[in-house]
Design a protein around this ligand. Structure first.
Ligand SMILES: CC(=O)SCCNC(=O)CCNC(=O)[C@H](O)C(C)(C)COP(=O)(O)OP(=O)(O)OC[C@H]1O[C@@H](n2cnc3c(N)ncnc32)[C@H](O)[C@@H]1OP(=O)(O)O
Ligand SMILES: Nc1ncnc2c1ncn2[C@@H]1O[C@H](COP(=O)(O)OP(=O)(O)OP(=O)(O)O)[C@@H](O)[C@H]1O
Length: 652
C-alpha cells in the first residue's frame, strides 16, 4: 500500500489553505513503526515552514529536507510560525514541547501527530520514561496514565483526523480543498478576521495598542493586559514600544507607527521584562519590523532608536536595581511571582501583560495572588483583554485539543463563601488510576497546583500521574466530598546505595531526583543521609478561599501519621518570610540554603527537614548544625549575597 501520495497532497495544499481564519487540523498517523516511517519517508515538503519535532536516532527518520528539533528544545521556536508540524511520538511525548510547538502553527496549518498504534501506545517504551523515572526506579516502573489520558482525548475528539493502516486518508487528500472540508469546520474568509489596519493583525490588537498609547500619555498609568495564548499580546507590546520610541511618550499618538518618522526630542527609556529573554521574541520582532534599519541593537539587550532606548532585564535584576524608566513593560507576568511584580509598582507607568492559560505559569494564579493586592494598591489600574486569536480562528480544533490534553484551563472549583468557622476536611492519599478516570477531579487538582506555583508546566502533569516515586494527597470538604480544598505532591527519596552515595559525595555523580539525600550528601557531607528514607513535599497548596485555617498544617499531619515507613519529611522551596512561618512551626529545620538567587523570583532555595524516626531526627540535627555554620559564614562574609533579613528568619 502506498500512502505517501495523500500525505504529500496535504502538505502541497497547505500553500493554498494557510490563511487567516482557517482552522488548524490535527492529523493523527498511528501504526507500527515501519508503517509510520513509510508514510513520511517520501514527503516532498514544498514549504520551508515545516517543523519536525523528534530526536533523530531515537524516533523516526525525518525526510531529508527537515532538520529535527528535539521536543526539549522547542522553547527556541517560541515566536516563530509554521505551516505544518510533525510531532514524532516515537521520540517520546514531551508535554511542554507539544504545547510550545502547537502555538507556532498558523491558521490553516496541519499538526501531524505520529504515534504507535493507539491500542499499543501504553505498551510502547516511550523515551520520555527515562526522564520520568528517578533512582532507583527503571522505565518499567513508570505509569502509563498520561498516555491513557491522551488516548481518551484522541478518542473523544470528533475533529481529529485519524490515519491508520486500516483507515487510510480518504477524501481529505483531494488537492482541491483537503483541509477545509475535512473538519466540518467553517473556514472564515480573510475579510472576516482582518477588519483592522496594518500593522495590526486583529481589531482587538489595534484597540489594545491605542488604549495603551492613550493611557501612557498620563504621568501615572498601570495597565493589566490579559489574553489566552496567541492573541498577539506580545506583538502588541512591541508595536506600542515602536510607536513610543518613534514619537516619544507625551506626543499625541497617531493610529499606526509607520506613517510618520518624526523623532521626539526628549529621551525615552523603556524597560522590558519577562521570565526569560526568549519570551519577548515577539516584542523585539515587532520593534525591529517597525523601526527597521534605524533601530540599533547594542550588546546586553539594549535597543536604541534616535535617543530613545529599550532595555530588556530579567525580573529579579530589575526588582533589585530598579533603574529609572518612563515605561515598564512586563510580558508573561503570570510566570513571575506576585511579590516581584508588586515590587515593580513604583514605576510610574507599568503594563502587565499575561497569558491566561499558558504552558508555563498561569493567569489564574496571577488573578488570585497578584490582582487583589494590585486592586488595593492601585485602584485606578486599567484592565484590558484580547480575545481574537492572531494565528488561528476562534474555536480552533487544535487549540481545543491542546487545552484538553495538557489541562491548560484547569482551575480549582469555586467554593462557597468562606465559612465563618472551621469546616471539616477529610485527607487521604489518592489512587492515581482513580484520578485519571475522574477528569473533573484531575482538573481541580492540577488547577490548584498551577494556581499555587508560578512554575507549574504540563510536564508536571505527566510526572504527577506517572512518576513511580510520587504520592498525591488531597483534602476534601466534609460538606461536599467532591470539592477539593487542598493537595500535596510528595516524592519518596532514599535510601541510596553505598557506591552511589560515595560518588555523590565525591561529586562524580548527580542522579536524577533524590534532591534531599543528594543535598545532604554532596553539600552538607553527611554520609548518614544515604541510609534514610524520606518523603519530600514537592508541592503543597490550599485552596485560596480556605488558606490560614490550619488546613495546610493538618494535611502535613495526616501525611506524617500515615507514613510510618519514613525517617524524615522534607521540603525545598524559594525561601520567603511567609513560607518559613508555615514550615518552621511544624518542626521543619533548615539543612541548606542555596547561594544563587532564582532569576525570576529572587528567592534562595531552602532545603528543610523534620526527622520523624530516631535515625531521621539524628539526620535532621546534623543537617541543622551544618546549616548553622553555613548561615554564620554567610553573615560574617557580609557580601550581601544573601540578605541579613533572610538569614535572621531561620530558627535553628
Ligand atoms: C514546597 C512547596 O510547595 S512551598 C509552596 C507552598 N505553597 C504555596 O505557596 C501555595 C500558596 N499557599 C498555600 O497554598 C497555603 O497558604 C500554604 C500551603 C502555604 C499554607 O496552608 P494554610 O492552610 O494556609 O496554612 P495554615 O493555616 O496551616 O498555616 C499555619 C501557619 O503557617 C503560617 N502561615 C501560613 N501561610 C502564611 C502566610 N501566607 N503568611 C504568613 N504566615 C503564614 C502562619 O503562622 C499560620 O498560622 P496562623 O494562621 O495561625 O498565623
Ligand atoms: N501585528 C502583527 N504583525 C505581524 N505579526 C504579528 C502581529 N501580531 C502578532 N503577530 C505574530 O503572531 C504571533 C503571535 O503573537 P504574540 O506572540 O504576540 O502572541 P501572544 O498573545 O503574546 O501569544 P503567546 O502567549 O503565545 O506569546 C507571533 O509570531 C507574532 O510575531
Amino acid at each position: 500500500m502506498n500512502s505517501i501520495q495523500p500525505l504529500n497532497d496535504i502538505i502541497v495544499s497547505l500553500s493554498n489553505h494557510v490563511r487567516q481564519g482557517a482552522p488548524r487540523q490535527l492529523l493523527l498517523i498511528s501504526g507500527d513503526r515501519q508503517w509510520c516511517q513509510q508514510q513520511i519517508s517520501g514527503l516532498s515538503c514544498p514549504t520551508t515552514r515545516i517543523l519536525w519535532i523528534g530526536d533523530a536516532g531515537v524516533g523516526l527518520v525525518p525526510p531529508v529536507q527537515l532538520k529535527p528539533v528535539s521536543a526539549k528544545q522547542t522553547h527556541q521556536l517560541l515566536g516563530q510560525e509554521s505551516e505544518c508540524v510533525f510531532f514524532d511520538c516515537w521520540s517520546g511525548f514531551n508535554p511542554n514541547g507539544f504545547g510550545q510547538v502547537a502555538g507556532t502553527l498558523i491558521a490553516g496549518g496541519v499538526f501531524v501527530l505520529i504515534t504507535p498504534p493507539l491500542s499499543a501506545w501504553q505498551a510502547f517504551n516511550d523515551p520520555e520514561y527515562g526522564h520520568i523515572a528517578v533512582e532507583p526506579y527503571g522505565v518499567a516502573d513508570v505509569g502509563r496514565r498520561f498516555i491513557r489520558h491522551l488516548q481518551g482525548c484522541i478518542g473523544s475528539d470528533t475533529d481529529l483526523i485519524q490515519f491508520t493502516e486500516d483507515n487510510p486518508l480518504p477524501q481529505l487528500c483531494r488537492p482541491t480543498d483537503p483541509l477545509a472540508s475535512s473538519a466540518g469546520t467553517h473556514v472564515q474568509p480573510e475579510a472576516e478576521t482582518s477588519s483592522c489596519s496594518a500593522p495590526f493583525r486583529t481589531a482587538d490588537q489595534e484597540r489594545t495598542v491605542k488604549q495603551c498609547l492613550q493611557a501612557v500619555r498620563q504621568s501615572r498609568a498601570v495597565l493589566v493586559l490579559t489574553a489566552d495564548r496567541g492573541r498577539g499580546k506580545s506583538a502588541a507590546l512591541g508595536i506600542l514600544a515602536a510607536v513610543l520610541m518613534r514619537r516619544g511618550i507625551t506626543a499625541p499618538q497617531p493610529d499606526i507607527p509607520n506613517t510618520d518618522s518624526s523623532v521626539n526630542r526628549d529621551r525615552l527609556d523603556i524597560i522590558l521584562t519577562a521570565p526569560s529573554r526568549g519570551a519577548v521574541q515577539s516584542v523585539i520582532a515587532m520593534l525591529e519590523r517597525f523601526l527597521s534599519a534605524e533601530l540599533r541593537e547594542h550588546p546586553r539587550d539594549l535597543w536604541v532608536y534616535g535617543q530613545n532606548r529599550l532595555r530588556f532585564m530579567l525580573p529579579d535584576q530589575l526588582s533589585r536595581q530598579q533603574p529609572d524608566a518612563d515605561l515598564l513593560l512586563i510580558d508573561e507576568a503570570a510566570a513571575i511571582p506576585a511579590p516581584v511584580l508588586l515590587s515593580l509598582l513604583d514605576y510610574r507607568r507599568v503594563i502587565f501583560a499575561s497569558t491566561l492559560h499558558g504552558y508555563e505559569g498561569t493567569g489564574q494564579g496571577f488573578a488570585v495572588r497578584f490582582m487583589p493586592t494590585l486592586d488595593r494598591r492601585v485602584p485606578e489600574r486599567q484592565l484590558l483583554s484580547m480575545q481574537q486569536p492572531v494565528r488561528w480562528a476562534e474555536g480552533d480544533p487544535l487549540e481545543r485539543f491542546t487545552y484538553q490534553a495538557l489541562l491548560l484551563d484547569a482551575e480549582p472549583v469555586t467554593l462557597a463563601a468562606t465559612p465563618a468557622q472551621w469546616e471539616g476536611v477529610n485527607f487521604r492519599k489518592l489512587d492515581r488510576d482513580d484520578l485519571i478516570a475522574d477528569s473533573e477531579m484531575l482538573k481541580q487538582l492540577f488547577g490548584l497546583l498551577i494556581l499555587a506555583h508560578y512554575r507549574t508546566t504540563p510536564g508536571d502533569l505527566r510526572i504527577l500521574l506517572d512518576s513511580p516515586n510520587i504520592e498525591v494527597w488531597a483534602g476534601f470538604s466534609e460538606e461536599e466530598e467532591s470539592k477539593l480544598v487542598a493537595t500535596a505532591l510528595l516524592a519518596y527519596e532514599g535510601p541510596i546505595n553505598h557506591g552511589l552515595a560515595e560518588a555523590i559525595m565525591a561529586g562524580t555523580r548527580r542522579p536524577k531526583g533524590q534532591l534531599i539525600p543528594q543535598t545532604l550528601l554532596a553539600h552538607c557531607h553527611i554520609p548518614e543521609a544515604a541510609g534514610c528514607r524520606g518523603l519530600r513535599v514537592m508541592r503543597i497548596a490550599v485552596h485560596p478561599q480556605r488558606q490560614r485555617r490550619g488546613i495546610g498544617t493538618a494535611l502535613l499531619q495526616a501525611i506524617e501519621q500515615a507514613s510510618t515507613d519514613i525517617d524524615w519529611l522534607g521540603t525545598s522551596f524559594g525561601a520567603t518570610a511567609e513560607l518559613l512561618s508555615f514550615w518552621q512551626p511544624f518542626g521543619f529545620r533548615l539543612q541548606r540554603l542555596g547561594y544563587n538567587r532564582d532569576k525570576v523570583s529572587g528567592t534562595h532555595a531552602a532545603v528543610m527537614l523534620r526527622g520523624v524516626s530516631p535515625a531521621g531526627i539524628v539526620l535532621q540535627e546534623k543537617g541543622t548544625e551544618k546549616a548553622s555554620l553555613q548561615l554564620k559564614k554567610l553573615a560574617s562574609q557580609g557580601t550581601g549575597q544573601i540578605s541579613s533579613d533572610l538569614l535572621s528568619l531561620f530558627a535553628l
